[in-house]
Design a protein around this ligand. Structure first.
Ligand code: NDP
Ligand code: 8X3
Length: 253
């Protein structure tokens, strides 16, 4: 039987690229997100290339909906070989003392609590089978705060700690746990961060060649494909002209 990859936030960017990469690599997929139409379009495209796909439409902030969605899967699909906790976002780039408290709630509920919910729902099944790989999408933003990053950076620092904690808690099993920490990746991320202001979003990638979702999917696939005794614990992936969350070289800007 084919291996199953379960990917949250597969409607866009890194999650969608992971879906394509793992499909190409011979996995069957459970793809999840909030946008049913986008999930259906991706499913149709992947199925046309011979990949079996299940879609689950839910918001990772809604634990009851997440639980019902996981429970709706046929038994053969409910224990992933690879769980990619990718759904997440940044909102705003204001100073901490001027930030929007609703944006803070959304980031914390999605990036931290949503990831924990999916882990809590799916990892017990992986532990019972004594097989599986959890890949969390953290960020360079979790390594150190940058100007205006405050709460978003804190959520990604939490992803690092939560990932490390899980790795400790499954150390006696065959499970592997990976934190991938991308730098600048050109996706919908900045458009979402700036509440749809595309001009401001485009400036984030001006004068620097950013990473693509595919670059990150390649790293995830590499980690998942390593021999069973090799655990890629953490990977920081930066664009060549990016040195840290706040240091980058831009041409002609
Ligand atoms: P995108 O905005 O392109 O994709 C984000 C995905 O997450 C979308 O599928 C989105 O779905 C989904 N999502 C957001 N909120 C929820 C929610 N509440 N419930 C379910 N799905 C949700 O951004 P990226 O691909 O760049 O982001 C993916 C991950 O990578 C995030 O965790 C982000 O923090 C992280 N990351 C991104 C970097 C970058 O520079 N782009 C760098 C480092 C890390 P919907 O369409 O429904 O909103
Ligand atoms: C996304 C990368 O540097 O914009 O996590 O925060 S950054």
């Amino acid at each position: 039987m084919k291996k199953t990859a379960f990917i949250t936030g597969a409607t866009s960017g890194i999650g969608e690229a992971c879906a394509r990469k793992f499909a190409e690599g011979g996995y069957r997929l459970v793809i999840t997100g909030r946008n049913a139409a986008k999930l259906e379009t991706l499913k149709t495209a992947l199925e046309a290339e011979g990949t079996e796909v299940r879609t689950l439409v839910f918001d990772v902030r809604n634990a009851a909906a997440a639980k019902a969605a996981v429970e709706s899967l046929e038994e053969a699909w409910a224990t992933p070989d690879v769980l990619i906790n990718n759904a997440g976002l940044a909102l705003g780039l204001e100073k901490e003392y001027e930030g929007d408290m609703t944006d803070w709630d959304i980031m914390i509920d999605t990036n931290i609590k949503g990831l924990l919910t999916m882990t809590r729902l799916l990892v017990p099944r992986m532990v019972a089978r004594n097989a599986g790989h959890v890949i969390n999408i953290g960020s360079v933003a979790g390594d150190a705060a940058y100007a205006g990053g405050n709460v978003y950076c804190a959520t990604k620092a939490a992803v690092k700690t939560i990932t490390d904690g899980l790795r400790i808690d499954v150390a006696e099993t065959a499970l592997r746990v990976t934190n991938i920490k991308p730098g600048l990746v050109e996706t919908n991320f900045s458009r979402v961060r700036f509440h749809g202001d595309c001009e401001r979003a485009d400036k984030v990638y001006k004068g620097i060649k950013p990473l693509t979702g595919t670059d990150i999917a390649d790293v995830a696939f590499y980690a998942a494909s390593a021999p069973a005794h090799v655990q890629i614990a953490e990977v920081l992936v930066l664009a060549t002209h990016q040195a840290s969350g706040s240091v980058m070289h831009r041409e002609n800007v």
